[in-house]
Design a binder for this molecule. Structure first.
Ligand SMILES: Nc1ncnc2c1ncn2[C@@H]1O[C@H](COP(=O)(O)OP(=O)(O)OP(=O)(O)O)[C@@H](O)[C@H]1O
Ligand SMILES: [Mg+2]
Length: 430
């Protein structure tokens, strides 16, 4: 063996031009059994290599993810092939659908150099991790396109039939298998997490459903005493007649009015909560919006919301189920209130007929904290909520979307330039 300086012309196209590398040349030897043995020893592969690879295979840290698998494999192979440079280029598996979006998938490079060796590392190039060596073999590992790299100055690295290449091919399989297992482990872990979250959401939804049933019972119980209050105040007012003491008459009138309001509200609430057996009828959309605003009176007052109705004249009726449509607006108004600033909320509801007269558009705008862009795609998904535990189940907008779809309508969300959120709904003109 002689050491000499070789240039790109001497070592073929794989060495970048104008760079000089020191390499080992080996005079050609006949491929006999003895020669093979001595050749494998040159590149550091011996009879125990496969055993050591097997041990490494059993210890792959698949539970720690793809990066850990690659780092471990490269380190283990570096120990086995002590005379070679070993590297890997990892193309990570895409994250599970429900996981965070990582943006473009990046390749990552891991290297292990022969012990005690120092050399220049060339520019990052996934097809050639070790430009300082004359020979580099790239073995595909993993379905994403990850690769395993072996580099050396020994030209027998080019020999497909060498013991080194046999072990290297198996190492490629081991890495590919490890990456697949790490991907499956990550997916199983994320599925289990999703299932746990879904389960706790279902428990929460069931709690709310039973709360709804209790509320319906309470409303039913309130009905009789309220009816009595309304009837007796009416009787007292009639008894007092025009000669009644004005202050007392005024107080009686207020009692009667308030009791009637509660009575109306409880009856509406029961009608609203009852499972719908509605059939489509022509619906005056302004009446439905007004009814929903009345339902939300309490939550609007709690958030100091100023309500502006910008209704267009001569809106044709929508064909639909009035109770379901009321539910759409109750959910939108409630969400708007929850987002409003303490300094005072604004809610604007506008209606119009589209320019081509084919759809009726309703917009619901608020001056709340708005919806971040990366949440906008998720808000209609069941159980998506940003509200603290117990304040929201994340079902409201998914119900809204279902109802709007059932009316062959469309709903989308926009960011208001002045801050806040705008929901735009469109229903077909029948
Ligand atoms: N007007 C709005 N302004 C700001 N964020 C909103 C608005 N409407 C909806 N959101 C966001 O969308 C999420 C989903 O709304 P959705 O109505 O589906 O569920 P929720 O209000 O959290 O719970 P609930 O099931 O009680 O309605 C909310 O948690 C909130 O982050
Ligand atoms: Mg909601």
């Amino acid at each position: 063996m002689t050491r000499e300086d070789v240039t790109s012309s001497a070592s073929g196209s794989r060495i970048p031009e104008s760079e000089t590398y020191e390499r080992v040349t080996v005079s050609s030897v006949p491929v006999s059994r003895e020669a093979r043995v001595s050749k494998t020893q040159v590149v550091g592969v011996d009879a125990s290599s496969l055993d050591r690879l097997l041990v490494a295979t059993c210890n792959l840290p698949v539970a720690d993810g793809e990066v850990a698998v690659v780092e471990y494999t490269v380190r283990a192979l570096g120990d086995i092939f002590q005379e070679c440079a070993v590297g890997a280029c990892l193309v990570p598996a895409p994250p599970p659908a429900s996981g965070p979006s990582l943006g473009p998938i990046e390749q990552r490079v891991f290297k292990s150099l022969p012990h005690g060796e120092e050399h220049r590392v060339g520019p990052p190039d996934p097809t050639r991790l070790f430009p300082a060596y004359a020979y580099e073999r790239v073995i595909s590992a993993g379905p994403q396109g990850s690769t395993l790299h072996f580099a050396s100055d020994d030209p027998r690295l080019d020999d497909d039939d060498s013991a080194l290449m046999h072990v290297a091919q198996r190492a490629g399989l081991v890495l590919g298998h490890g990456l697949a297992l790490a991907g499956m482990h990550a997916k199983a872990t994320s599925d289990a997490r999703d299932l746990r979250a879904l389960n706790s959401h279902m428990v929460q939804a069931e709690k709310l459903a039973s709360l709804g049933q209790i509320a319906a019972g309470v409303v039913h119980e309130l009905n009789n005493p309220l009816t009595s209050i309304v009837a007796y105040t009416d009787w007292l007012l009639r008894k007092a007649g025009p000669q009644g003491e004005p202050d007392s008459v005024e107080r009686l009138r207020r009692i009667g009015e308030s009791a009637s309001r509660i009575l109306r509200f409880t009856r509406d609430l029961v009608a609203y909560a009852r499972p719908s057996s509605e059939v489509p009828v022509p619906v005056a959309i302004h009446n439905v919006i007004d009814q929903a605003l009345a339902f939300c009176e309490h939550v609007l007052a709690e958030h100091g919301a100023k309500v502006e109705r910008a209704y267009a004249d001569a809106i044709p009726p929508v064909r639909g189920m009035p109770e379901q449509l009321a539910q759409v607006f109750v959910n939108l108004f409630t969400n708007a209130c929850h987002a409003m600033p303490d300094s005072g909320g604004e809610l604007v509801v506008s209606t119009r007929v589209s320019a081509d007269a084919r759809t009726i558009e309703v917009t619901v705008e608020d001056n709340g904290h708005g919806i971040p862009l990366d949440h906008q795609a998720q808000i209609f998904t069941p159980f998506f909520t940003t509200k603290a535990d117990g304040r929201g189940t994340g079902l409201g907008l998914s119900i809204v979307k279902n109802i709007v779809d059932g009316h062959e309508g469309d709903i989308h969300v926009e960011r208001r330039a002045s801050g806040g959120t705008r929901f735009v709904l469109a229903f077909p003109v029948p």
